[in-house]
Structures are given as structure tokens and as C-alpha cells.
Design a protein around this ligand. Structure first.
Ligand code: BEZ
Ligand code: FE
Length: 288
């Protein structure tokens, strides 16, 4: 282990991992060394640049708290989150595709009954959402737990709506005897991902937009099926082509249909024009 050159150092470091008790751990570490060394050989960072990188990662870690995870956000904007999802979920084409979970899911979300209004009275264009949960053969999935959450008309989740007490625009629902679920809320708006941390610095350095297209998050975690973590986007959103976290897929871009004021689904009257969103979620069978 002496007189190592810029060529021989990589294999020498990798050889030190041979004793790892767990083979998978050794594989993960070996590839990390190989790719990090290749990165250094490719870009040849100056010592100042390397120190800047270390400082960036240090500050990213310091920003993390129980309610803020700057490292996940970094993974999101570098496309790594969606890549990890893609390599883990090679689903048949009929199944609903996954997207980014994001930081706004909350374990303490309220349970709501079928067709409940989950807007907590917030102002906005009424949104009626009617979902159907099926398996890949089109059979309804009954009793599936369905999590939904989304932003308000200003792009704020409930945790960031000034003056709002408690939760809004989020719910745990359950599919009924026909696999259906429904709720009433307000139409979400596009919003920027957090730009006040190290990820914001990176995005500005790359001249990238922070704006996510408007969306509704849906998670269905039903025993016997792969967990589905997805997002639906309105087809008329101006930010679809530049999602900073790379979560947009064609199959998830849908019609948020506008309707004149009147009687909406399940007898709901509204004196405002409203948005109606209907979508079928197809669960993939468990991989085991
Ligand atoms: C979101 O859609 O809630 C989100 C996803 C990734 C990063 C920030 C926000
Ligand atoms: Fe979101």
C-alpha cells in the first residue's frame, strides 16, 4: 500500500473492502469508490473546488431537521430519486406509474369518508376528484387505503398556509365496494420547491426553475400490491416540461376538466365553476 499512483489507488482502496462481512455492502461501497475516483479523474477538481463541494454537502446536512430533508431534495433535483424508483419498479405498462413522494406527506393526516370536503373551507376553485382503484386485470380493489394531499390556490400546503390551524387538502380515504373513492377540495396551483437552502444555490447556479407544475399526490399502499406513490398533473400546466424533480410522466398528465357552476358529482351544488378530475389507479401485483 505504498507509492500509490493516481491509477493504482482505486484498486487498492477497493481491495480494502474485500473483508466486508456483507457482500451487498461491499458491492455498494466498491462502486461508490470506483465512481467517485472516476469523477475526480474526469473533472480534475482544484483543491478549492473540492473544498467547496465538501462545504456544500456539510451545509446540506446541517439544514436537515425532522421536518426538512435537504438531502432528499438534492436527490430529487439531481434526478436520483426518480432513477432509484425506476430501477426498483419495472412495472407492466398497464399499472399506474410512480412519481416523487415529496416532503409534504404527513402521518397524522385525518381519515375522511367518501366524497367528504377536505378543503377546510379554504378559498379556491372547487375540485371534485373521483378515483377508481383496480388491479392489473381491471378488477376493483376494495378497501384500499388511499392517501391524497395537494397545495392550495397559492401553491401552499396546509403546513404553510398563513393562519390555518390543523390539516387541510389532505386525507386518508378508503376505496368502497366498487373500488371507488371521492373527495371535494380546491384546485391546486403550481409552486416552487424550497429555494432557501443549498439546493436553491445549486438551482440558481444552473439557472434552473424551482417551479413544479400543479399536482395532486396519491399514495395507495394495499397489501398484496406494490405500494403506488404517484402524482396527477393538469394537462394545461405551463411548467410540465421543466419539473425540477423530474416527476412528470405522460400517463400522469390528465384533464382537470372545467365545468360551469351548477350541480357537481354526488349532488354537490356550487355557484362557482369547478374542476372535475376522474382517474383510474391500477395497482401492480406484489413482486414477491
Ligand atoms: C412535492 O411535490 O411536494 C415536492 C416534491 C419534491 C420536492 C419538493 C416538493
Ligand atoms: Fe407536491
Amino acid at each position: 500500500m505504498r507509492d500509490l499512483t493516481s491509477e493504482s489507488i482505486t484498486d487498492t482502496v477497493i481491495a480494502t473492502l474485500d473483508g466486508a462481512k456483507d457482500r451487498r455492502t461491499a458491492e455498494l461501497l466498491e462502486a461508490l469508490v470506483r465512481h467517485t475516483h472516476a469523477y475526480v479523474r474526469e473533472v480534475g477538481p482544484t483543491e478549492e473546488e473540492w473544498a467547496t463541494g465538501i462545504d456544500f454537502l456539510t451545509r446540506t446536512g446541517h439544514l436537515c431537521t425532522p421536518t426538512r430533508q435537504e438531502f432528499i431534495l438534492l436527490s430529487d433535483v439531481l434526478g436520483v430519486t426518480m432513477l432509484v424508483d425506476a430501477v426498483n419498479h419495472q412495472r407492466e405498462s398497464s399499472a399506474t406509474e410512480n412519481s416523487v413522494l415529496g416532503p409534504f406527506f404527513r402521518e397524522d393526516r385525518p381519515e375522511h369518508s367518501h366524497s367528504a370536503d377536505i378543503s377546510a373551507g379554504l378559498a379556491g376553485t372547487p375540485l371534485f376528484f373521483e378515483g377508481l382503484v383496480t388491479d392489473h386485470e381491471g378488477e376493483p380493489v376494495v378497501g384500499a387505503p388511499v392517501d391524497v394531499w395537494h397545495s392550495d390556490t397559492d401553491g401552499h400546503y396546509d403546513v404553510d398556509v398563513p393562519g390555518l390551524q390543523g390539516t387541510a387538502m389532505r386525507a386518508l380515504l378508503r376505496s368502497d365496494g366498487q373500488g371507488g373513492f371521492a373527495f371535494r377540495s380546491i384546485r391546486p396551483a403550481s409552486y416552487p420547491i424550497p429555494g432557501d437552502g443549498t439546493v436553491g444555490e445549486l438551482m440558481r447556479a444552473a439557472d434552473r426553475s424551482l417551479m413544479r407544475p400543479a399536482h395532486v399526490h396519491v399514495v395507495i399502499d394495499m397489501p398484496g400490491f406494490q405500494r403506488m406513490t404517484t402524482t396527477l398533473f393538469p394537462s394545461d400546466d405551463p411548467y410540465l416540461e421543466q419539473d425540477p424533480v423530474f416527476g412528470v410522466k405522460n400517463s400522469l398528465v390528465v384533464d382537470f376538466a372545467s365545468h360551469e357552476a351548477g350541480t357537481g358529482p354526488y349532488g354537490n351544488r356550487t355557484d362557482q365553476s369547478y374542476t372535475l378530475l376522474r382517474h383510474t389507479f391500477v395497482l401492480a401485483p406484489d413482486q414477491d
